[in-house]
Design a protein around this ligand. Structure first.
Ligand SMILES: [Zn+2]
Length: 102
């Protein structure tokens, strides 16, 4: 077992928590107009597994509601570990709005 696997095992949530969490909500603020937008990541269907890095990846494109006459495309790249917990998030066209996970 590598140190990475050991580290993950140490912090792995209990089974019931792991399997009940079906979705991850990401919130971003548009860098052009400041509108806050959210998108749902379906942890069962949206993620694709990358065998090289042994992680899940997802790419989301969020477009403004148009309320501010702004149609900026906000691109979000996320990486999740094998337990589908967020490892890294990269936002282009805006910034992540951090909120506690409900
Ligand atoms: Zn905008």
């Amino acid at each position: 077992m590598s140190w990475r696997q050991r580290f993950r095992k140490l912090f792995a949530p209990p089974n019931e928590e792991r399997f009940s969490r079906r979705s991850y909500w990401v919130r971003v603020r548009c860098q052009r107009c400041g509108e806050i937008l959210s998108a749902r990541v379906d942890l069962q269907n949206d993620l694709s597994f990358d065998y090289g890095s042994q992680e899940y990846r997802v790419h989301k494109v969020i477009v403004g509601s148009g309320e501010n006459r702004c149609f900026q495309r906000i691109e979000v790249q996320m990486r999740f570990d094998k337990q589908k917990r967020l490892v890294d998030i990269d936002v282009h066209g805006g910034e992540e709005v951090k909120t506690p996970i409900a």
